[in-house]
Design a protein around this ligand. Structure first.
Ligand code: PLP
Length: 422
């Protein structure tokens, strides 16, 4: 790997593996490689270490360790929860989720539709929040599960999971939350929140990729998604990924001990970054509710530029950021999250997400603030969509912008058929 210095502002895509986490994992790659299900002492020690990791993670979310099932990732956890709700309630063929979910839910919902299930993708308003009355009205006698994210990966906007769970409980409907973006950043208490299922993924918590979990509340009827051996108390087949589970456990231990202080510091860094951008670069806007959001995320619209060009120029000076979910990188479509919030395709294509983490420093923010304004200026100087472009008087900018907007809308498909309206 390159030893070049990078300034990393893409912690919602993935996080660096904490050195303490890597150190905790190495003995289980070198020596503790026995199968934790085997009966001899060499394996019993490994089994014990897996169970200790499970308790640290359970502590982080205030669950009972028996309620934690390890999976391969957040995507598998989400798919498992929804699949289980449908299979254990065969008479119920309706699923409710939202239009701003991660592709783990959006694409699974579309797959379910093709299988003949009915899936409602609830809309959001312009600041990214859900209408809980609409959610309540959308619940039907055949609704098997409501699955909504806790924190949006693109904007950081939080959904009121406790209130959503209360509505679902009052209607006798199962509720799942995709909490992949939250651990360490928010207090997580599954008991107080009252959800039946909750997904996490270790690589957003300074542990490696390829390990996640599904919390399943005690006494909730459950059907495994990965069917095989008796691992995970019969809830998920496949030999456990021991080193990664150990790493996940260590990360949870660190998060319980230190992360509320760390994220208080991160929030200050994020706020300084955001307010300075807004002050120093004209025609910039924050996407999403500025209060009710994660402490590390800032999604900013830069008018008259294409985010992909901004990201390329940032990359040239070693700055890593993104225009949305890493899972949709390479797609030319504007973000489905920003479109669901009512941004025009043109504005949505000028949005950059900066997501900070515990390894970011004031120096990183200074570096970004030094490089970003000239990059935006340079791109605006050559953008015909910019009203202050030097050639502005040579042609009709308003028509050019309207035409560009129309072309983009046509490419995207004006009516997003996933979203239902009130
Ligand atoms: N849900 C959200 C909100 C995410 O941000 C992500 C990853 O970016 C996922 C689910 C998928 O997690 P994983 O990459 O572990 O499958």
């Amino acid at each position: 790997m390159s030893q070049e210095r990078f300034y990393y502002f893409d912690n919602n895509a993935t996080t660096r593996v904490a050195p303490e986490v890597a150190d905790a994992m190495i003995p289980f790659l070198r020596d503790g490689w026995a199968n934790p299900s085997s009966a001899y002492r060499m394996a019993t020690e490994v089994h014990k270490a897996v169970e200790t990791a499970r308790s640290h993670i359970a502590e982080l979310i205030h669950a009972d360790p028996k309620e934690i099932t390890f999976t391969s990732c957040g995507t598998e956890s989400n798919n498992t929860a929804i699949h289980s709700a449908l299979v254990t309630q065969p008479g119920k063929r309706h699923v409710i989720t939202t239009a701003v979910e991660h592709s783990a839910n959006i694409n699974f919902g579309e797959f379910l539709r093709k299988q003949g299930y009915d899936v409602t993708f609830l809309p959001v308003d312009s600041d990214g929040s859900l209408d809980l009355h609409l959610l309540e009205k959308s619940i039907r006698p055949d609704t098997a599960i409501v699955s909504t994210m806790w924190a949006n990966n693109e904007t950081g906007v939080l959904f009121p999971v406790e209130e959503i769970a209360a509505i679902c409980r009052s209607k006798g409907v199962l509720v799942h939350t995709d909490a992949v973006q939250t651990p360490g950043k928010l207090k997580l208490d599954v008991k107080a929140t009252g959800v039946d299922f909750l997904s996490l993924s270790a690589h957003k918590l300074y542990a490696p990729k390829g390990i996640g979990l599904l919390y399943v509340k005690r006494r909730t009827r459950f059907q495994p998604y990965v069917i095989g051996g008796h691992q995970e108390r019969g809830r998920r087949g496949g030999t456990e990924n021991v080193p990664h589970i150990i790493g996940f456990g260590k990360a949870a231990e660190l998060a319980s001990a230190h992360f509320s202080t760390e994220y208080a510091r991160v929030r200050k860094l994020r706020d300084r970054l955001e307010s300075t951008i807004l002050k120093t670069i004209p025609n910039t806007f924050v996407n999403g509710d500025r209060e009710n959001r994660l402490p590390n995320t800032s999604n900013i619209a830069f008018e008259f530029v294409e985010a992909e060009a901004v990201l390329m120029l940032l990359d040239q000076v070693g700055i890593c950021a993104s225009s949305g979910s890493a899972c949709t990188t390479g797609s030319l479509d504007p973000s489905h999250v920003l479109m669901a919030m009512g941004l025009t395709p043109m504005r949505a294509r000028g949005c950059v997400r900066f997501s900070l983490g515990i390894y970011n420093t004031d120096e990183d923010v200074d570096y970004l603030l030094q490089h970003l304004p000239p990059i935006i200026q340079k791109l605006r100087d050559i953008s015909p969509l910019n009203p202050s472009h030097p050639d502005n008087d040579k042609y009709d900018v308003d028509s050019a912008r309207a035409k560009h907007e129309q072309d983009l809308a046509a490419a995207v498909g004006k009516e997003d058929e996933r979203t239902i309206t009130a």
